[in-house]
Design a binder for this molecule. Structure first.
Ligand SMILES: Cc1cc2nc3c(=O)[nH]c(=O)nc-3n(C[C@H](O)[C@H](O)[C@H](O)COP(=O)(O)O)c2cc1C
Length: 203
């Protein structure tokens, strides 16, 4: 059983969560996690101006996702940074290229789930996750979130991402914060949860 984790990350926060999601998937016997990036749409010049060159180099080894891979796997977990309370343009463009898969019903009945990152605590994580779910539903996917059995999302002793809609991290106003242990636990939980559901669907 294969679970695809396909994401965009400019500065590395979503990338770090994706690695934790993959660890969670890998904890389920028989489940294999495939880490993939969506294609970049910005020029090198723009990426340079945005200060993204160094983190981009650190993620360069992750292969770019193909449409065939999306169709072939048993479940898909999407990761995107928040852009004005919504998914990023790179992810939108990738999803808008799935028209042929939609026509064939290739994703129908597969588990689909989303995780995210934003600079600020209330900067649109929930709206990003929930609005992403609309596309998954159009594709006929079974939307999977982060259940409250991941009790870390109820913490109020520290600032943390994570909601019933999916794992998330708060990157900080200047992107200076790295995902906390609790946020990484949420991402692992989500990966394991999706893989367990996918295994049941495969049976
Ligand atoms: C064009 C643009 C729009 C953004 N919009 C938001 C936003 O609405 N709320 C927020 O908290 N952060 C916003 N951010 C910050 C990103 O969400 C943040 O850089 C990202 O989560 C970091 O993840 P990454 O390291 O994986 O790229 C925005 C960043 C850019 C470049």
């Amino acid at each position: 059983m294969k679970v695809l984790i396909v994401y965009y990350s400019m500065y590395g926060h979503v990338h770090r969560l994706a690695q934790a999601v993959a660890e969670g998937v890998g904890a389920v016997p028989g489940a294999e996690a495939l880490l993939r990036r969506v294609p970049e749409t910005l020029s090198q010049e723009v990426l340079e101006k945005m200060g993204a060159m160094e983190p981009q180099k650190a993620m360069a080894h992750v292969p770019v996702c193909s449409m065939d891979e999306l169709a072939a796997v048993d479940a898909v977990i999407f990761g995107t940074p928040t852009r004005f309370g919504n998914m990023c343009g790179q992810m939108r463009q990738f999803l808008d290229a799935t028209g042929q898969l939609w026509l064939k019903g290739s994703l129908v009945g597969k588990a689909g789930s989303v995780f995210t990152s934003s600079n600020t605590q209330h900067g649109g994580q929930e709206s990003t996750l929930l609005s992403f779910h609309i596309t998954l539903l159009h594709q006929g996917m079974i939307v999977v979130g982060l259940p409250y059995t991941f009790v870390g999302q109820m913490r109020s002793d520290e600032i943390t991402g994570g909601s019933p809609y999916g794992a998330s991290t708060i990157a900080g106003a200047k992107g200076e914060r790295t995902p906390s242990d609790n946020e990484l636990d949420a991402a692992r939980f989500q990966g394991k949860h999706v893989a367990e559901i996918a295994a049941k669907l495969c049976r």
